[in-house]
Ligand binder design. Structure first.
Ligand SMILES: NC(=O)c1ccc[n+]([C@@H]2O[C@H](COP(=O)([O-])OP(=O)(O)OC[C@H]3O[C@@H](n4cnc5c(N)ncnc54)[C@H](OP(=O)(O)O)[C@@H]3O)[C@@H](O)[C@H]2O)c1
Length: 474
């Protein structure tokens, strides 16, 4: 039985000033709705008033609201010449409310030139934006050009070692650091730097892509909606993802997927953290839609997923203190890839997947076949997050996007813009500057911050749908 409501792409009522130089569907929707009638304008004014009133009271409680910064922020985008990096640069410049300087950083100058041209072709630089290239190898310690940098965005994975780039950002006191990392060990090491970041008055946000990242925020919202419907406790939390082929992302993601088959899946069982060696198994069917009227039904529908070690199955339940189990799964298209991967994982010992040489060789071997099938399957992306209460009620969120690559990039870019505004760029921010090392769920624990982030993340260009539904779990 369905108990509750459904919300379309923009689920929130929070008012925001239209962004400069953008033509996003979300902005168009916002401005056309404010023009509809005097009544609508009056209710918007009320919302603005209440929003500003509550923000003013937040401000008075905080001693660390940043003053408006007079200058143009400078952003170093490590991995900026990659598939996700270039898309992030484009989105940043399209959605920033003011001018921005972006430096794409990578190891190959020829690729750097091309990447700068790619970005320039998609954004209007006349608005004071600037984009350039800088040759950098982050694996050479102490060589990152961080002087005068306001934000370091790190998309040059894999993140399968120590968080050395984060440590370098701390040493140079870069005010804002954001990455799209996923291994649990990396995130634990990053979070251990929390006190040092506080002392340095810098903010770092790790795992800030689509999954993990955006999906962590959706889980926090599902939990809140269940709570508001009368459930104080949270039982289970499940994350499922679908990406057609590589979803437009780079081949490094094949390597990362293979390496993950050798890692424990960081799940909770009976309320306790209990990682399981189940990556690439436990195939199951997942509905990536809320009902048949949901645009996601046609765009994605029902898909197979198998377990994979996404850290949010461990980090979000830890923050929400769930009493039951958590799970993560992902699936791809065409479906035959799911069967091949599951069969391979059952044949090849886990220790072999952990070895970089093996996982890399397999990634290179499968790349041409993946490339061929990718020509037929587009880049479609979907996420389903489900939170369940002990009495069997649930809150499900399904989000779909035309392109996985763009969704990851846009999510990282929106997290960066949120932090830049908090830092005081482009005007005073309603949210305080709170130094430390964050995962998305900690940042979104604050209801107002979560609403602002959701409004950003659900209104990006290419979004097909995003809806929440309260009901009963099957
Ligand atoms: N959280 C999420 O939702 C999510 C989802 C998918 C992917 N990801 C992450 O996103 C990352 C990027 O994916 P992608 O599709 O953009 O991959 P990609 O196209 O291969 O881009 C990676 C870029 O990083 C650069 N790079 C690699 N090693 C470097 C080094 N030592 N120093 C400087 N630059 C280096 C590469 O440039 P050069 O080779 O020219 O140096 C390349 O342009 C992945 O590694 C993955 O961890 C996150």
């Amino acid at each position: 039985m369905e108990l509750s409501f459904r919300v379309e792409v923009n689920p929130l009522r929070l008012w925001r000033a239209p962004r400069l130089g953008t033509s996003q569907p979300g902005n168009a929707r916002r401005s056309s709705s404010t023009n509809k009638s005097a009544l609508t304008r009056a209710s918007c004014a009320c919302l603005v008033f209440f929003s500003q009133f509550s923000r003013a009271s937040r401000r008075s409680k905080s001693s660390t609201v940043c003053k408006a910064q007079p200058s143009r922020p400078r952003l170093l985008l490590l991995g900026g010449c990659g598939r996700i990096g270039t898309a992030a640069a484009v989105h940043l410049m399209k959605r920033a409310p003011g001018p921005l300087e972006v430096i794409l950083a990578g190891r190959k100058p020829e690729r750097g030139k091309e990447a700068v041209e790619e970005v320039k072709a998609e954004v209007e630089l006349g608005q004071g934006h600037d984009v350039s290239f800088c040759q950098v190898d982050w694996q050479k310690p102490g060589t990152l050009p961080l002087d005068g940098v306001d934000v370091l965005l790190h998309t040059a994975g894999p993140f399968d070692g120590e968080p050395t780039v984060l440590q370098e950002a701390l040493e140079k006191r870069v005010p804002i650091y954001v990455d799209v990392a996923d291994p649990m060990s990396y995130l634990d090491a990053a979070e251990a730097l929390d006190d040092k970041f506080r002392d340095a008055e810098c903010m770092a946000l790790c795992s800030a892509g689509a999954f993990p990242g955006f999906s962590n925020i959706l889980a926090m919202e599902c939990a809140q909606r269940l709570r508001e419907s009368g459930s104080n406790e949270l039982q289970d939390l499940n994350f499922s993802y679908f990406t057609a082929g590589l979803g437009g992302s780079g081949p490094v993601n094949l390597l990362i997927t293979n390496l993950g088959f050798g890692d424990p899946v960081p799940v909770f069982q009976n309320g306790k953290y209990a990682p399981q060696m189940v990556a690439g198994s436990e195939m199951r069917k997942v509905d990536f839609f809320l009902d048949e009227g949901d645009p996601a039904f046609k765009a994605v529908g029902r898909r197979d997923v198998w377990s994979w070690p996404f850290p949010e199955a461990g980090t979000v339940p830890r923050r929400l203190k769930i009493q039951g189990n958590s799970s993560t799964g992902m699936g791809t298209a065409p479906g035959i890839w799911n069967d091949i991967l599951v069969a391979l994982v059952s044949l090849v010992p886990r220790e072999l997947w952990q070895q970089r040489g093996f996982s890399e060789a397999l990634a290179y071997f499968s790349l041409p076949m993946v490339w061929v099938t990718d020509q037929f399957v587009k880049e479609t992306h979907a996420m389903r997050v489900e939170a369940t209460s002990p009495d069997g009620r649930n809150c499900v969120c399904v989000q779909t996007h035309q392109s996985f690559r763009r969704c990851v990039a846009q999510s990282a870019a929106e997290f960066v813009l949120h932090l830049l505004e908090r830092r005081g760029f482009w005007g005073a921010s309603p949210f305080p500057w709170q130094p430390g090392v964050y995962l998305p769920e900690r940042l979104a624990e604050d209801k107002e911050v979560r609403e602002e982030l959701l409004e950003r993340l659900t209104t990006t260009e290419g979004t097909i749908s995003c809806g929440f539904q309260l009901g009963e779990s099957c």
